[in-house]
Design a protein around this ligand. Sequence first.
Ligand code: TRP
Ligand code: SF4
Length: 402
Amino acid sequence: MRSRVLSGMRPTGALHLGHYHGALKNWVRLQEQHDCFYFVADWHALTTHYEEREVIEKNVYEMVIDWIAAGLDPDKSTIFIQSRLPEHAELFTLLAMGTPLGWLERVPTYKDQIDKLKDRDLATYGFLGYPLLQAADILIYKATYVPVGEDQSSHVELTREVARRFNHLYGRMGGFEARVAAALARLPKDDQRYYDRQRKAFGETGSAEAWGKGEALVRRAAAAIEGWTDDQTELLLGHLRGSGKAILVEPQALHTEVLRLPGLDGTKMSKSYGNAVLMRDEPAEVSRKIKGMTTDPARVRRTDPGNPEKCPVWDFHKVYSDDTTKNWVIEGCTSAGIGCLDCKQPVIDAILREQQPWRERAAELTADPKKVHWIVEMGTERARTVARQTMKDVRDAMGLGY
Ligand code: TRP
Ligand code: SF4
């Protein structure tokens, strides 16, 4: 079975090359192997930009265009908008009931961001709760993998804790013991005794071997016994673990090794710093921006040798150039054999080549806004089917099934 992947992005501006190389490229790759859900995190954007509704409104569909331009294929990936699925808010509310305040206050991004974004008032309830909303986004799709930057690790870790706590508190509800017994009764007597032994060993020592043996037995039963249900598999695995049934799934963060693409001035690429090359910048604009890029400050004159390691243009070469070009840069820069404009030209050419298919796909969608809306509509309905089922399980588990 394909694993489920989920990730989201905040619609706060046109996407740039940093977004592409840092995240989107990986999203595109993942859709070939996994069942991928990608969403526009518009509520998340409101946690910091609640006073700027225009920013978000303008960027929602534009961001979806950037995604598809980059190669996300709506036939392979489910693309949707968070706020179209109130189920996310419902799960957030229900999880909020039992989530200790300290868990949220301790998330490192919380204090960091408040310090960093001094011009905004982030002493809000929504901002504190933001990682829990993210947990709801992930858990509602029972995602196995969450591709995110390192800065988001703590949010995925919180998500795991929230899921664990939920399963612990509510996984035994709804006649859990009786349903476990009914499932167990379907196994041959020897297997029942074997399962009990592994469960006992795992409970006492946490032995991975006991867990593995018990799990293998349950999987074998699932494959062999006629009419066995997924629910029964989960019941027996939950009982084996001693945590009750796993209603919510603990996800894993997926950090893919990415080459960092700095901004034009060598600091982090960000639209708000004005140092970004946008995915859909016109060729003339790309050329102008790269030509104006900061270089090794030691190369004041054309005749001064430079050091690529001190130059952000070199980081671009690492992403865009082959070995031959890279050797030409090192040789030419350190010997003052080439000028900085010469050095930048292959980068400009490579970006324009990379942008070509993006430009074509984006042009098609910009000319046909109905198509973009329709893609999002389809994705939203697909997502809703999954989200509804999870909410039903969650409500039942919490005693709200009436
Ligand atoms: N917090 C993420 C960011 O700022 C965006 C996001 C929201 C997200 N919900 C998510 C990412 C769920 C992964 C999974 O980049
Ligand atoms: Fe940077 Fe290239 Fe100029 Fe060297 S030659 S300083 S690597 S732009």
